[in-house]
Design a protein around this ligand. Structure first.
Ligand code: ZN
Length: 501
């Protein structure tokens, strides 16, 4: 077991050091087939069922570039404001590791397809940070190893390892930022916000399912520290495969406090890859980081160079969807949202859900109210994503319509939503099964009104004497008698009518 690292208090870290970040995000493209062969590109499945001689690199097999993969790479590059190479090649990145049976990974080296871009990232308080993009290049994913028998799931201490090559050859785009400087104490937040903005962008482009939990979006976080008076970057560590937004933030913060303690104690940082531990938010040392020379890159002789015509690039530019940042601005105007309301909407990740609910006929205000308040709380207490709740935007729109038509009160509507979330069927089915309809039959309500007036004659007198406000007590009694299934507005009208007559 590794010794517990000494950490510096975060406030001291940012007082003494400037953090420098570098983020590398790998995104798996959701093409039908793999990058260099016709095997299915799907997550999971029986191990080693989606493989062929080409993706295993068997002798005599020849790779062919997947045009859709190149298209995806160019669209990502354009969305990130990059220049698109007029001519570029694949390279072999040589290394021996069992997850890559060819002993090299087909990647790009000094000739990436896209380079020199940027992404504007909005932090929680609305501040915008521009993150410069160094490059976005194409490569293939590797297979997966499963180490069996050890306590940690890592190779160390394992009895044996299993290999699944279904993922080998899946198209991957690696997006690398330039060093991100000057973020100070907000560095962990900037890292999270960048990955979040990138995920939204890739999702809008519809090039990947961007599921961090399934590894289709993975982040490697490079962190180094500079003393306040230093002019050169410090030595960095690279925390690999951080697989949630929250973990990205925690990993950066942890590395800052760990490195600061070492530097302050006169030690030096080892350039290495590190692993993030989800359970306690720490990182632990991995292998010493290879340099580019270790990989003996050379141009891939089996693949033709890529030379996307300028016409094609412009055609692809024309297919770019509305970018998330533009969409946010449009939505804010269309739905007349304050900055704060927009932020709440974004923070709970409800934009698409509200939009779909509006599409299904609800008003923006009501749709937003339900998702941002009631349903966000439900998602929170169930510890699931808002979108994974068992209610669709169309179902919610139906509930909202039932309230508008007077068939449900707000209170009853909440109960209906609970029923839908519990899997009791559509809103109408829940209304039927639970008998939740508003009592709209006046004669039934009049019976309850008369009973309540008779039970409280002094209040009946007050109302008769002109103190209409006193009717509230009678409304309450009627609502109680009807188990909340009456329309309070109608009840009030009936009371006044009854007392007046
Ligand atoms: Zn294959």
């Amino acid at each position: 077991m590794t010794a517990v690292a000494e950490l510096m208090d975060y406030a001291d870290v940012v007082e003494r050091f400037d953090p420098v970040l570098g983020l590398e995000v790998h995104v798996e493209l959701s093409t039908n087939t793999k990058m260099f062969c016709g095997c299915a590109n799907e997550f999971g499945g029986e191990p080693n069922t989606k493989v062929c001689p080409t993706c295993l690199g068997l002798p005599g097999s020849l790779p062919v570039v997947n045009g859709k993969g190149v298209e995806g790479a160019i669209r990502i590059g354009l969305a990130l404001n990059c220049e698109i190479a007029e001519w570029c090649r694949f390279a072999r990145k040589n290394y021996f590791y069992p997850d890559q049976p060819k002993n090299f990974q087909t990647s790009q080296y000094d000739e990436p397809i896209a380079f020199n871009g940027y992404l504007d990232v909005t932090l929680d308080d609305g501040e915008v940070v521009r993150v410069e993009i160094e490059r976005a290049h194409m490569e293939e994913d590797t297979g997966k190893s499963l180490h069996v028998g050890g306590a940690t799931g890592r190779i160390h201490g394992a009895d044996y390892s299993l290999l699944d090559y279904n993922r080998a050859g899946v198209p991957l785009i690696e997006i690398v930022t330039k060093p991100i400087e000057g973020t100070g104490e907000r560095a962990p937040e900037v890292a999270r916000a960048y990955v979040s903005a990138l995920r939204d962008l890739l999702s809008a482009l519809d090039v990947s399912d961007v599921r961090m939990d399934q590894g289709s979006l993975r982040c490697d976080a490079n962190v180094s520290l500079m003393a306040k008076d230093a002019t050169e970057f410090g030595t960095r560590t690279e925390t690999k495969n951080v697989n949630s937004l929250r973990s990205v933030e925690r990993a950066v913060r942890y590395e800052m406090t760990r490195q600061a303690a070492i530097l302050a104690g006169g030690g030096s940082i080892k350039q290495e890859t590190r692993h993030f531990q989800e359970a306690d938010g720490t990182t632990s040392g991995g292998r010493t980081k290879e340099t580019a020379e270790d990989y003996r890159y050379f141009p891939e002789p089996d693949l033709v160079p890529i030379a996307p015509s300028r016409e094609w690039v412009e055609e692809l530019r024309a297919t770019l969807p509305e970018m998330p940042s533009e969409r946010r601005k449009r939505i804010q105007t269309e739905w007349s949202l304050s900055d704060e309301a927009l932020r709440d909407l974004l923070n709970v990740g409800a934009v698409d859900l509200v939009a779909a609910t509006v599409e299904a006929g609800a008003s923006p205000d009501e749709a937003r109210g339900w998702w941002v308040n009631t349903l966000a709380q439900e998602a929170n207490s169930r510890e699931v994503e808002l979108a994974d709740l068992a209610i669709t935007p169309a179902q919610l729109a139906e509930v909202i319509a039932l309230v508008s038509s007077g068939e449900l009160t707000n209170k009853l509507a909440k109960e209906v939503v609970q029923g839908v979330l519990a899997g009791e069927g559509s809103p109408r089915e829940v209304v039927e099964k639970r008998g939740l309809k508003v009592v709209s039959d006046d004669s039934a309500l009049l019976v309850a009104v008369d009973e309540a007036l008779a039970a409280q004659p002094d209040i009946a007198d007050k109302i008769r004497g002109g103190k209409v406000a006193a009717a509230g007590a009678i409304v309450g009694a009627v609502m109680k008698a009807t188990k909340g299934q009456a329309d309070a507005k109608r009840v009030r009208e009936l009371i006044i009518e009854r007392v007046g007559s």
